[in-house]
Design a protein around this ligand. Sequence first.
Ligand code: M6R
Length: 368
Amino acid sequence: EKDGYDWFMRKEIFEQPRAIADSLLGRHDDSGKLQLDEIRMSEDELRDVDKIIITACGTAFYAGLVAKYAIEHWTRIPCEVELAHEFRYRDPILTRDTLVVAISQSGETADTLMAIRHAREQRAKVLAICNTNGSTIPRESDAVIYTHAGPEIGVASTKGFMTQLIACYLLGLYLAQVRGTRFGDEIASVVDELAGLPAKVEQVLGQADQIYALAQDLQDARSVLFLGRHAGFPVALEGALKLKELAYIHAEGFAAGELKHGPIALIEEGLPVFCVVPPPGRDLLHDKMISGMQEVRARGARMIVLAEEGDDAVDDYADVIFRLPKASTLLQPVAAVVPLQLFACELATLMGHDVDQPRNLAKSVTVE
Ligand code: M6R
């Protein structure tokens, strides 16, 4: 059932174009109008929402971090993202007009479940984004957007994360559509971009062999850093988590702007540093990222750069470059995470670890 792949994880990484397409299916029409009837909240209720709190754990939490950038930009509704176990125990401010979005692949994560129970007790509305039909979290929520990744067997989440991103984008765009924000005119073009994502992910998967060669070169790494900005910051966190989980090596993701506030002290000769470069041309994000990279390179790090095709500003600061297809800043994580998934899978394989069942981890964490 691994379809010729050595691991479920690798198979699931390669299933992502299909998983994205399935998660979009039937949720928009050709004109870019979104249909999310499954939300089961009236348009009036959706218009009344004055705060969104996204809660989740692990990789699902990182999908939530990406969602915050998109949802706030598109809807102008304040959006917080919080780890479920922290949210539950800090007496968060919740009202009837708060929409709590719980993201969970399994739908059984105890920390996330406790968070939504608490939210509902406080009369907030709870919307689940979940991959498992009929699991506990959607059953206990007011509404659910199912992701259609298909069963995810590998303990490390890949297509689960990918489809969580898609569901979050759909939710943000739907809220913008219902509420008629000033972003309204652009919804159709983002929907169009979403529809083109499976082909873009396919394009990145086509570079798998180069990524595997890099893993071969970095087999002896004891520590790896990941840098990103804006929506690329959660991608950096996710790249680091994948390495911790699978290769059992120290890995950390940083917001690139934070470097000079401390982490740059970690940089030493030969340290592998992955850089997720935002697409050029938006605000000053891209240029700020490049200047951060310049600082890191100057201290001898080994620079592995993920940058958009045609972005030659990175050339001078890269030892290895993976090219990402053109995308808007908010949607770039979809393509950018793929090389990081492939890298972790391959490195762990080369190190002789069990990729599908890493030590000390379970697929769904049903205790708090
Ligand atoms: O099933 P969930 O999405 O609620 O799981 C949340 C985390 O436990 C999960 O994403 C975990 O971090 C994965 N092992 C990451 O690969």
